[in-house]
Design a protein around this ligand. Structure first.
Ligand code: 6LW
Length: 491
């Protein structure tokens, strides 16, 4: 798969990009996780560093406890205009809607959200024309002028384009002025295997639009490309005048129908212009193979921006301040089966990886989980003198292994390894859970088929997230490590 890796691997879909001078910034969807809308910086479009999250405080985003998995925050557009950054996004949760936030420094702080009650539909885009009118364009594809300072709409919504006749779900619009021509880029075909990107052009941001005869300008539908579901794109021009496209794609593994386990990831491709139309080149390899090992000793008073939690997180149940150098988690609800489980994880962004954590369950229980959503997760849990490997797959919940251990701190781990395709039903990967003893040796307790923690099984728009959780009582974590898996897992 060399050469076809994402630039931002792991569950980072719906990328929106802008450039200011030599700096590129990119934002993604975050769904039911907080903090919301991860924000990245790059100088070369290949190496990206997360510099924050746009919706990083409860005053900007509170998701109800019953916000469905893959609900919440959808598809932002990030732009720089008039000396500041603007980000428009949809909160699909009850009482949400479209909202606009601004910042002078993209690392934050971002403003409190300005609600846009007159803007209906997901995937909002904003663009300013030569007269300074701000146009907001949403899935459908429809458009309404707005006042971006008050949030008021300044006219009636108008249908702009429905995309290619017969293609479903015209969505993810973005508008660009290139010379004297306006381009309307959209996704269509749905965000699964039929996904694609099409374009139309016209004399103004509100059209009339003429579709590109070569549409879709990007799609991997019905190909055997290892990267599938490509779509939901955004364009950016480099300082040298060249154009680039960022878009989402997935990497299915295993036999038929193929299971993708990391969610929808962000890819990059060059764009050239022919006869006034964008032509998308092949995927440019990201830097996944050079991914560094990650270690967190929980020494900092705040968690790094890559740590996310479902629906809500606050210091009363998740803090590094109670005991210096420890992450303290206090259990809520029925643990990982609850929508508001006390879980703090990082997106699994390597197909082959190893995670370890040092846990002191005290009088409670907790451990290390690989989570797709509250109905799909595998975990290794310590408490009451035992370690158990547990699996939740849809309505089924089962303990797959158990080991008696001395009370006190323990090192729990999981190795994730892609599997060779032996036949049509081969799964994508295996997750091997176990315990590391005082001598450093890893004892595997259970090896589980990864297909059940894939989007094809669980449904929705997210990907795997790996990290510590508390199932009962108060649980302390000394450290967490995550690294590329170089050796085969212990069988
Ligand atoms: C998003 C839509 C899509 O709003 O998936 O892939 C939806 N495209 O445009 C959720 O990310």
């Amino acid at each position: 798969m060399a050469g076809r890796t994402p630039v931002i691997p792991g569950f980072h879909p719906d990328p929106s990009i802008c450039r200011v001078g030599d700096d590129y910034y990119l934002a993604c969807s975050s769904f039911e996780y907080v903090p919301g809308v991860p924000l990245f910086h790059s100088r070369d479009l290949l190496h990206w560093t997360q510099i924050g999250n746009v919706l990083d405080r409860p005053g900007q985003l509170t998701l109800p406890r019953d916000a469905p998995a893959s609900g919440g925050i959808y598809a932002p557009t990030l732009r720089h205009h008039d000396g500041r950054f603007w980000l428009i996004v949809t909160n699909c949760a009850e009482g949400g809607g479209n909202l606009l936030v601004t910042a002078t420094d993209p690392a934050g702080p971002w403003s409190d959200p300005l609600p846009l009650p007159g803007v209906h539909g997901i995937d909002p885009d904003i663009v300013w024309d030569e007269d300074g009118t701000c146009w907001c364009t949403t899935a459908g594809i429809s458009q309404v002028p707005i006042d971006p300072y008050t949030g008021r709409t300044l006219g009636e919504p108008r249908r702009l384009w429905s995309g290619t006749p017969g293609a479903k779900a015209p969505e993810a619009p973005h508008l660009y002025r290139v010379g004297d021509t306006w381009y309307l880029l959209i996704a269509e075909g749905g965000t699964e295997r039929g996904h694609g990107v099409s374009v139309a052009r016209g004399p103004s941001p509100s059209g009339p639009f003429e579709p590109c005869p070569a549409n879709p300008v990007l799609s991997h539908r019905s190909t055997d490309d290892p990267v599938q579901n490509t779509g939901h794109a955004d364009l950016v021009q480099a300082p040298d005048g060249n154009w680039w496209m960022v878009f989402l794609g997935v990497r299915p593994g295993g036999g038929s129908p193929g299971w993708h386990v990391l969610g929808r990831e962000t890819f990059l491709a060059p764009v050239r212009w022919e006869d006034g139309w964008p032509v998308v080149g092949g995927i440019v390899a990201g830097a996944e193979s050079a991914a560094p090992a990650y270690r967190d000793d929980f020494d900092a008073p705040e968690l790094a921006p890559g740590w996310i939690s479902p629906r809500s997180r606050n210091a009363s149940h998740c803090t590094t301040r109670d005991r210096p150098g420890r992450l303290t988690l206090r259990a809520r609800g029925a643990g990982l089966d609850s929508p508001d489980v006390t879980f703090v994880g990082r997106r699994q962004d390597l197909l082959s990886c190893r995670a370890r954590t040092r846990v002191d369950p005290g009088e409670g229980s907790g451990g290390l989980a690989v989570r797709l959503d509250e109905d799909h997760h595998y975990e290794i849990e310590a408490g009451g003198g035992t370690v158990r490997v547990l699996a939740r797959i849809g309505p089924l919940r089962t303990a797959v292994a158990e080991l008696d251990v001395p009370e006190g701190p323990l090192t729990l781990g999981v190795d994730v390894s892609p599997q060779p395709v032996r036949d049509a039903r081969s799964g994508p990967d295996t997750l091997t859970f176990g315990v590391t003893g005082p001598d450093g040796a890893f004892t595997a307790l259970a090896a589980l088929d990864g297909r059940y923690l894939s989007t094809e099984v669980a449904g929705g728009f997210t990907g795997r997230v790996i990290g510590p959780y508390a199932a009962e009582g108060t649980v302390h974590f000394d450290w967490f490590t995550y690294e590329p898996l170089k050796e085969p897992p212990v069988a």
